[in-house]
Design a protein around this ligand. Structure first.
Ligand code: PEP
Length: 254
């Protein structure tokens, strides 16, 4: 049985004071949600404040990126060692990092292995562009991303690794994919690749999230699908009520 995970990716939003306010607003509602793992991924600058606020709660904290290096002359970078002080998770390979900062699967793979080595749980983002989708090569593209990003990764248990399937054309566009389409896609294009790398048992135990314009109105449709183990939520995680509503929608589905 895979525990659903509802993760909020705040992207480049919220100062420390704003983060404090938003988490304080969410906290009472999120605390009432049972049987669902809840995760907040604020910007680096707010990690310490948010992790302090969430200490002694069942809500996890994650970062949105990191380097694979541990320390040294890498100006401007943040390492897994530093994140491990505040975070349980780290989002890696988000399509915005791939598109705007040139991150390749090779880079993402180094980050995934470094995160695991520091007991940070990577949420590895994969997804096809609109052009790739329209060309009918989504499964091929995403299978290759999964293979390349996870090559040589050695998670010690199924909860150490999460994949987020996020079709690029669905992110921030208000145009979500269909729930049954995503379900089939995960079953046919993602889990078999993970099985090939890490074994069938691992593939069946590992969580795969959907991301792309998830909101309180459509979240339940995704969560009711057998292969979808939660959501990576962007825009809707910036409003307390909508994020709490999405987490509530994941309750009782498993
Ligand atoms: C995301 O940033 O990962 C995302 C899915 O964004 P949104 O929910 O806004 O589409």
């Amino acid at each position: 049985m895979r525990t659903p995970l509802v993760a909020g990716n705040w992207k480049l939003n919220k100062t420390v004071i704003e983060a404090y306010k938003l988490v304080s607003e969410m906290l009472p509602g999120l605390r009432m949600v049972r049987g669902v793992e809840k995760l907040i991924c604020p910007p680096f600058t707010a990690l310490m404040a948010v992790s302090r606020l969430l200490k002694d709660t069942d809500i996890s904290v994650g970062a949105q990126n990191m380097t694979w290096e541990e320390q040294g002359a890498f100006t401007g970078e943040i390492s897994p060692l530093m994140l491990a002080e505040f975070c349980q998770y780290v989002i890696l390979g988000h399509s915005e990092r791939r598109a705007y900062y040139g991150e390749t699967d090779v880079i993402i793979n180094r980050k995934v292995r470094a995160a695991l080595a520091h007991e940070l749980r990577p949420i590895v983002c994969v997804g096809e562009t609109l052009e790739q989708n329209e060309a009918g090569i989504a499964a091929e593209v995403v299978s290759q991303q999964v293979r390349d990003c996870l090559q040589g990764a050695e998670p010690t248990s199924t909860d150490q690794l999460v994949i987020a399937y996020e079709p690029v054309w669905a992110i921030g566009t208000g145009r979500a994919a269909t729930a049954d389409g995503v379900n089939t896609f995960i079953r046919n294009a993602i889990r078999p690749v993970v099985a090939g790398l890490l074994g069938e048992g691992f593939s069946q135990g590992m969580r795969v999230l959907y991301g792309g314009s998830v909101n309180p109105g459509n979240a339940g449709e995704f969560f009711r699908e057998a292969e979808i183990d939660g959501a990576l939520v962007g825009g809707a995680s910036l409003k307390a009520k909508s994020f709490v509503d999405i987490a509530e929608a994941a309750q009782g589905v498993r």
